[in-house]
Design a protein around this ligand. Sequence first.
Ligand code: ADP
Ligand code: GLC
Length: 491
Amino acid sequence: MNPNRSIRNILFVTSECYPLAKVGGLADVSSSLPRALAAKGLNVITLLPAYPGAQAQLENTRTLGSIDGPLLEPGLSLIEGTVKQTGQRVWLLQAPELYDRDGTPYADAHGHDWPDNWQRYAQLCRVACKIASGHVADWQPDLVHCNDWQTGLIPVLLKQASSAPPTLFTIHNLAYLGLFDGDIFGQLQLPASLWSFDALEFYGQFSYLKGGLGFADALTTVSPTYAKEIQTEAYGCGLDGLLRYRKKALTGILNGVDYETWSPETDSAIAFPYTSQSLTEKTKNKQYLQKQTGLASNPSEPLIGLISRLVEQKGIDLVIELIKAYADEPVQWTILGNGNADYERELKALADAHPSTISFTPGYDEQLAHQIEAGADFFLMPSRYEPCGLNQMYSLRYGTVPIVTPTGGLADTIVHTTPGTLDKKQATGFVTKGADLPSLKQTFKQALNIYKDKPAWLKLRRTGMQQDFSWEKSAAAYLQLYEKTLNAMTT
Ligand code: ADP
Ligand code: GLC
């Protein structure tokens, strides 16, 4: 018995990592959490596929050689390197036939999921297991940290191995189940006993996510409120029963913010850096943003920003209705996002009809995302559910007041403005009563009233800018959980 084994080596496996490949917040977390853990003295290696352009962003690269073995595709190899922009240590899994494709990590340029996603991520999982067993580059992790469905087979496979490190599985978004036809199960050559509702089967299909949830030694999700929500039928995506069953293993740990990337005083992507004491520079950013996105130059009208994947989760239908309701009012909107084609069409039509007050930029644009954070007065995020959400925390630091729904990480990070919370310098934003249009309209009206009350508005922004959501606390919570998980295995 060894009650106090301490953690040293972590293998962090992910399908996205900023700036190498990013679709959403998973990329931000996969970049900043491993570095925060490394700053605590851990030896963290982040493993992800070598998507196009990823290797070119590394320095000090060396090849770790080819990886082969049963059920591994021929021609796999690993490249080690350091991300030039962030200093993060990564291992890229090279398999040109699987990963060297235009589009996003998950879909082609038309938004259609790659039909062989099951194989692309099964191979990533198998390589992770090979590393976990200590057969690569003389390095073995003490624990494997898995993220979302793409890594869900790792806990399943490692549970079949005779001696393997423990696994921690983080749910960034329960709605992405990693579902595939049942015959994929046969092609993966997993033990037949795993094809059961107690294991990997999900209503006749095969769910990679369910593998992670059922077989990992520890489970986390990215906010305390979402950890509770996903144990209910309303938010459980059909997996709430399993999550209730595993509730002792499940912890909610709030994501942190990488303030090296997201701070208005040092942000090289914005036109005019500023602090809470130089908010006139923020006004210049507003003017710059208005010009950049084709809006009328108008310092006094409130400017509402939104940066998002355009999907149902984010309440984009509510946003569209809210914009319509205010289309003839003195309010400006600047929206950046891509996703659902119907939402894109509607937003474009609104922008075309009201070019001086509504702007819509379709697509993904890192620089514009930073400028919206710097230039907008409010940041709108009326999500139906939100495991954590990062933009509301970024907005706080930029003095851009968030308007959010009371769910998941939004509920955990934003304090609604009332005379009492404002007075005590606790208010940081606006939280609706629910994710519905009447509630959103009511809260929006309240927000616009505070915008007109200049002393209250200044206090609200300054309080938001003082909030500290750095990784320090959350990384410490992960470290503690890693140690607890490791020691539960070895005692
Ligand atoms: P989610 O992961 O559900 O998309 P988060 O709030 O956790 O939501 O993270 C979203 C991240 O992706 C943020 O860094 C945000 O700025 C970025 N992002 C989303 N859409 C775009 C876009 N169209 N262009 C640039 N950045 C975007
Ligand atoms: C997911 C969630 C988002 C969270 C992000 C990073 O994409 O939708 O709420 O912030 O993962 O954990």
